[in-house]
Design a protein around this ligand. Sequence first.
Ligand code: FAD
Length: 418
Amino acid sequence: PNSLDVDVAIIGAGPSGAIAASLLHQQGKRVLVLEKQHFPRFSIGESLLPCCMQFIEEAGMLDALNAAGFQHKNGAAFRRNGTYTTFDFTDKFTPGPGTTFQVQRASFDKLLADTAQSQGVDIRYGETVEAIDLTENPRLTVRNEQGELYQINAQYVLDASGFGRVLPRLLNLESPSCLPPRSAIFTHVEDNISDASFDRNKILISVHPEHKDIWYWLIPFSNGRCSLGVVAEPQLLERLQGSLEQKLMSIVNEEPGLKALLANAKVAQECATLKGYSANVSRLATGKFALLGNAGEFLDPVFSSGVTIAMQSASMAAKCLTKQLNGETVDWQADYSTPLMQGVNAFRTYVQAWYDGRFQDVIFYEEPNERIKQMICSILAGYAWDTNNPFVKDSERRLNMIVELCRNPAATPAFAEV
Ligand code: FAD
């Protein structure tokens, strides 16, 4: 047929699309997911945060994930000029899961999508959404792999297209990011790490010895490999010579800790680069469509918040949409965009403070107050929507108080006030 009717059309079968589809299907809604690629396919974004386990459970996918053999993750480690510090995600302020996984996204995304499909969700691969008409109910134009176009009439559209940013482009919703453009170069390595003290259960974030706004990720997997990447403003990478692999390995070798750790590592996958990935939109949702995950705002990879934000948005949108499809009134600004942005904005505070050095001084402070560390740990574990946490509710002011304390402990009033 050249036209199809559904309740909800979802663009993209990545984490936000698969979770939203499953949750809406559970509510008895007719969902159709359109995915332009075939899975498994590579994606960046391999270190999860414990908070996202709640959404995986809500979608009935936890058993499948636990059985998949991914690398266990219980925290984050940071290293700067030889100082090493860790955050244990099980020791946090907000209740909820304290552990998660480090995942090869090709397998992880396929597992979520296959589980949604086994629950009964209709996912069509190799189908690209090309146009949308919002004059009446949303109508999508889709191109299949034979090059044929057909139409989908939906009550509502969820854009889960990630960096594809389908609706922001088609509806002119793009707006500039608050963050300067940065570039990442990354690969997977056969790590051959022999250092017994290396903790495979944590992501390791290392800071460049001279440029504190250049940082590296090292994400161990369960198969003896690690994901390795560097992030910097593009002009700081221009001085590097040679192929992407040579550039990556030469800047990795500038950080003595990483150089030692990866002394016997072998690059196991072609190096890739992404540039200017931070993005924003003028509007996240209306009565006809909502943007999920990366199709909305994407901040920065430093705290591995991408998949968690993607799944949080999927869960929130599915709840609003279920109400709307059941005939209740939904105010998409008040019920979806504003509460979603609460957590995104908390992450933004920490991302900005990471790059200007304030948050690094907190992370590397040697005598942290335990209670405060637990509150900050909650955010690093992804619980950025917990408004009981003062560091979520009033993130900028609270963070600045702690920065003062760490930079000048003698002159700062007691912790009790925080
Ligand atoms: P995606 O996973 O991108 O899925 C979107 C899907 O939509 C794709 O499968 C695509 O094929 C499909 N699509 C696109 N256009 C169309 C179309 N026209 N029609 C049909 N289908 C379409 N996040 C983390 O949580 N942890 C990390 O460690 C992390 N590291 C990162 C490092 C870097 C350098 C960058 C740039 C990002 C990182 N992220 C990380 C972020 C993470 O990659 C994303 O936030 C996450 O993948 C978003 O999921 P999503 O479901 O919104 O979109």
